[in-house]
Design a protein. Structure first.
Length: 126
């Protein structure tokens, strides 16, 4: 009798696995805080094309240039934290702007989670 009781307790106290929807469940928006046609835009479009192939879901590049990257970073920070909005950010948005502006509409440390470094560029010609 005691074994049945233990079995019943084990069955009813075990967490039930809930099926999660497959990621991504909708198109991904990649915000590029620079105008179209520049090196950051080109990098974003190349990465978006590869992500579209790998994930099987459309990755759309959304150029939001202006204010040294603040406009695009603010839009990304205010979007839902569901993984369907990416920000292709540079040094300005995350490291320089916090030192130049007393109040930003986003917090680079709290509002974003880094994923990967995509590229580097020299700061002066060789």
């Amino acid at each position: 009798m005691r074994y049945w009781l233990y079995a019943m307790v084990a069955v009813f106290t075990t967490p039930i696995a809930v099926a999660q929807p497959a990621y991504p469940s909708k198109p991904i928006r990649m915000i590029v805080p620079f105008p179209p046609g520049g090196p950051n835009d080109i990098l974003g479009r190349v990465v978006a094309a590869k992500l579209t192939e790998q994930l099987g879901q459309q990755v759309v590049v959304d150029n939001r240039g202006g204010a040294g990257g603040i406009i695009g970073a603010e839009i990304a920070a205010r979007s839902a934290a569901d993984g369907h909005t990416l920000l292709l950010s540079g040094t300005a948005s995350m490291a320089i702007n916090p030192g130049l502006h007393k109040k930003l509409p986003y917090d680079p440390l709290k509002d974003f989670a880094p994923i990967s470094m995509l590229a580097t560029a020299p700061s002066k010609p060789p």
